[in-house]
Design a protein around this ligand. Sequence first.
Ligand SMILES: CC(=O)N[C@H]1[C@@H](OP(=O)(O)OP(=O)(O)OC[C@H]2O[C@@H](n3ccc(=O)[nH]c3=O)[C@H](O)[C@@H]2O)O[C@H](CO)[C@@H](O)[C@@H]1O
Ligand SMILES: C=C(OP(=O)(O)O)C(=O)O
Length: 434
Amino acid sequence: MASFEVIGGNKLKGEIYPQGAKNEALQILCAVLLTAEPVTISNVPDIRDVNKLIELLGDMGVKVSRTAPDTYVFQADDVNLEYLQTEKFVEQGRAIRGSVMIVGPLLARFGEAKMPKPGGDKIGRRRLDTHFIGLEKLGAKFNYDTPDIFYSATAERLKGAYMLLDEASVTGTANILMAAVLAEGVTTIYNAACEPYVQQLCRMLIRMGAKISGTGSNLLVIEGVEKLGGTEHRMLPDMIEIGSFIGLAAMTGSEITIKNCQIPELGLIPDTFQRLGIKMEFRGDDIFIPEQDRYEVDTYIDGSILNISDHTWPGLTPDLLSVALVVATQAKGTVLIHQKMFESRLFFVDKLIDMGAQIILCDPHRATVIGLNKQIPLRGIRMTSPDIRAGVALLIAALSAEGKSIIDNVEQIDRGYQNIDGRLNALGAQIRRL
Ligand SMILES: CC(=O)N[C@H]1[C@@H](OP(=O)(O)OP(=O)(O)OC[C@H]2O[C@@H](n3ccc(=O)[nH]c3=O)[C@H](O)[C@@H]2O)O[C@H](CO)[C@@H](O)[C@@H]1O
Ligand SMILES: C=C(OP(=O)(O)O)C(=O)O
C-alpha cells in the first residue's frame, strides 16, 4: 500500500494540463471489441483503471500497440472467448468498474459474454439491473444466480427493442448502446444517460458506421447495422480532474491555469465552483484561477443556504461532490452538500473533522459544511483514502493544511489521476510517495 507524505501550506503556481477522461476511456476501450478493424485511441490517461482494462483486452487476444505515450492502436480480430473462463479474467474483471462494459460488445459480436461482479469504488450499492434488463430486452439470456457472482449471457442474434431505463445509468447506457448498434432492427433507449462520456461513445460508434440519433439527449434511437469498421478517437479532457484542480487552487490560494479544458463540455462544473465563491476567467479554452485569499459562498436569491447536489447529466456529476465539500470547509459561509446517488461517499468527512473542519454529517447523503473563511487552517493528520474522489479531496485538504499529513492507500487516487504527485510538485506542491 503506497502513501503520500504531504507538507501543506504552500501556494502553487503555474499551468497544468488535464489528462484524458477516465470514465470515457473505460467505455471507449470496451468499444474496440465491436470491430475486427484497427481502432486508434489518443489522449488515453496513464492511470491504474485504464491500464488494467487495456491489460484485460490484451489478455483476451486484442492486439494492443502503444504508438505514443497517450496513443494506442487496438485490433480485436482474434478474440479468445475461452479466456473469459480463466481465474485471471475473474480477478481482472473484479478489479475495475469498467470491465462490466465488455458484456454489450461481446454479446453483440460473438453472442456470448461472461463477467464477474465488477469492482470500482465502494461508495454504495452499485446495482447492475439496468444493464441486464436492457440487454435482456434485446434478447440476451442471463445466468446471474451463481454463488460466486459470475454472470454469463448468451444471445443468438440480438434484436432491437424499445426500452425505458429504470435509471439513467452511465455504464448501463453505454453497455446497452454497444449491444444495440449490432442488433437487428431499431432500438430505442429512453431515460438514457447523456454524460459527455456517453456522447463521446456515440460519436465514436457513428464514425465506426453505427446509426445513432439523439446523441446528447436521453432518447437514443439506434438502427442496427451488420458490422462496424475501424476509426480514430480522441478522449476529452477529464472534467473531474479539471474540477479537482479548480478546488485545489481555491483551497491553497494558488494561481493556476488549467489548459485546454474543452469548456463547453464541462456543464455545471465551473458554475458550481463559482457559486462557492471561486473566481475564474475563461481565457480561450483555458481556465485561469487567480490567487484568492478568501472566497465567499453564494446564497440563493431568497437568502437561503446554498445546496450542492448531484444529478444525472446535465446536472452536476456526483464525482465532484467530495471536492466541492472540501472546498466549502475553507469558504466564508455555509453549504449543504447532498450526495443523492451514493450512500457511502460522505463518510470521509470524519477525516476532515479531525483536521479541524466544521462539518455536520446529517445522514449518509447529506453534510452541512460551515466554512472557516481561512481564519483557521486545517491541520495535517494521518488518514486513509477510502475512494478515488475522497482520496483527491483529502489530498487537496492536506495541501492546504498546516503541517504534515500522511495519506495511506493512495492506489485509490492512482486509479484516476495520472502521476498526480509529479504534476502537482511541478507547480510547487510538496508530495512525497512513500
Ligand atoms: C466507470 C464509470 O463511468 N463510473 C461512473 C458511472 O458509474 P456507474 O455507471 O456505475 O453509475 P450509474 O450511473 O449506474 O449509477 C450511479 C448511482 O446513481 C444511482 N442513480 C443513477 C441514475 C439515476 O437516475 N438515479 C440514481 O439514483 C444509481 O443507483 C447508482 O447508485 O457513473 C456514476 C454516476 O455519474 C459515476 O459516479 C461513476 O464515476
Ligand atoms: C466512482 C468512480 O469510479 P468507478 O465507477 O470506476 O468506481 C469515479 O470515477 O469517481
